[in-house]
Each structure stands twice: as C-alpha cells, then as structure tokens.
Ligand binder design. Sequence first.
Ligand SMILES: Cc1cc2nc3c(=O)[nH]c(=O)nc-3n(C[C@H](O)[C@H](O)[C@H](O)COP(=O)(O)O)c2cc1C
Length: 318
Amino acid sequence: MITTALTRRFDLSTPVIGAPMAGVAGGALAAAVSRAGGLGMIGVAGNHSPDFITEQCAIPERLPFGVGLMAWVLDDRPELLEATIAARPALVSVSFGDPAPYVGPLHDAGIAVAVQVNTVDDVHRAVASDVDVIVAQGSEAGGHTGHRATLPLLQEVLALTDLPVVAAGGIATGRGMAAVLAAGAAGVWIGTALLSCPEGLNSPAARARVRAAAGEDTVLTRAFDVAQRLAWPERWPGRALENEFSRAWHGREDELAHDDVASQRVVDARRSGDLEQAPVYAGEAVGLVTAERSATDVVRTLTEDAERALRTVPDLLG
Ligand SMILES: Cc1cc2nc3c(=O)[nH]c(=O)nc-3n(C[C@H](O)[C@H](O)[C@H](O)COP(=O)(O)O)c2cc1C
C-alpha cells in the first residue's frame, strides 16, 4: 500500500485523485474512483446550476468525494460555492483564478481546499491563501491548463512548499505515477486516464475518439473558448483533441472573435454532438487510453502498477 500525506489526510487507500472534469466527471465517475480507494471529484463549469451540484454530490455508500470549482466563475456565481458547501465534500478545488476569497468559507465548513497551480507566482498566492493541497498542473494536461510542463513545474513547487503537492498532467500509467511519487509528490490527479470510462458524462462517441487518438493528436488552444464567447482568462487555454475546427481556427482567435458564423458552428456542434467542430478535451496521455474500462478498474490498475514500479526503485541504488 502506498501511504503519503494525501492518503493520511483524506483516509484513502491510494494517493489518486480523480480530476474534476466539467462535462465528464459527475457523481458516478467520482464514486467509481473513490470505490477503488482514491478520491473522486466532480467538475463544475460556468453553465452548471446549484441543482447540478446537489444531484451529482448525492454519492452512495458514504464514499469520500471532492468538487472542482473555477475561481473566475465563482466571482460572479457565489451560489455555486453555497451549493458545494451544502453538499459537504471532503475536498474542494478552486482553480483558474484567485482562490483567496473562497478558502475561509470552505475552511469554516470543515472542507479542505486544493488549488491547481501553473506558475511559481500561483504557488506563492496559493500558500498565502492558506490552501491545504497544491496541485502542480502541467501543460500536458487535458482541459484548461497553463504553459509549464509537469515535471519542471512539480520540482519547483516541491522546493517552494511543505504542503502536500499533487502532480497533474500526463499521468496515466503506474510508471508515471511512480515517477512523480518518487520525486516527492503526495499523489496524482488524473483526468485523461478516465476519459474512456462508462461512468463518465461524456458521450460514447467522445469516448471512442479518445481511444482512437494518439498522444500527438492534441492541441493547446483558445479557439474553442473564443468561438463559444466564454470569458475564460487568456492565460489558461484548453488542451483538446485536434479536429476540423481547431485545424481551421487555432492561431486565428482574433479573427474568430468577430466571426459569428464560425462561432455558431461550435455552439451548434456541442448540442448535436458533431465532434469535428465541438471540443473533446484530452491531454497528451490520451495515447495511453485504448480501452473502455470502469474508473474503479483504472485506479486499481494504476495503483498496482505504481507499487510494482516503486518496488524496483531501490535496485537503482545497487
Ligand atoms: C475533459 C476535461 C475537463 C476538465 N475540466 C476541468 C474542470 O472543470 N475543472 C478543473 O479544475 N480542471 C478541469 N480539467 C483539468 C483536470 O483537473 C486535470 O488538471 C487534468 O485532467 C490532469 O491532466 P491529465 O488530463 O493529463 O490527467 C479538465 C480536464 C479534462 C481532460
């Protein structure tokens, strides 16, 4: 069994956090991760309602769970924080913006707070905000992320804080998990590895695309946000599978901001499920996801393979 500051703090049997992924990670996916001994999280986006949070957080079997919120969304939608607090998760992440205003209310409710960081300045801000867990999120990650790669960012973050640091971005095998734990991370925060699980809210067609994609097939782009006229701060583009839309518009975002026809195409495609025009967010680890498997299975295999890999590490010392 792998024991870290993270497993002790949240009483887990493996230091694996199922990333909050808006549109994919609802209550069923979170529960499936937690059933394997990790901590499953529910992703909440700007278009979600407080009722969505209440419904998805009705997790069976008294399993621990977390909720992932976005700071830039909360600034205008405080009701999402209220619904989250009322659902009593073990952990809430407040990423993509300043977590400071939200830490106090969450702590007052006895809820631990995590924040994903993408730069050294983010780390200083997170520590000053009194968060409990820091997630070093590299640009390999699926979904919205920064521009620093996981491994150099992780090493810098570990040198800057004694808080538990969790690694996110590009981890989808026991080898990857063992690597970041050996480096000093207290756990892994996995998203892409869970994109082909039947418990997800994503469509079977999106899951099939994930299984067919290679690690080279992603693009870090603002095109989908600009097309949908979303107020995502520019510093966090999104990593998605390349498709017809990204090939046409990535790098032409200024033009896209004034093209209402192209914009409407993405909005319509999201409704109709046209995945050549709508985004399928996924990270560089997508090439490692080749089968449809339960999230419980994914987390169990990840853990067993990491344990096996970690057992070989002392051999390196002769
Ligand atoms: C489809 C998808 C949706 C995501 N949505 C969110 C989200 O709503 N909130 C959040 O904090 N992070 C979100 N992320 C980022 C994840 O929390 C995490 O950082 C990332 O998945 C880790 O890297 P990996 O995908 O390589 O495992 C999302 C990622 C993906 C793939």
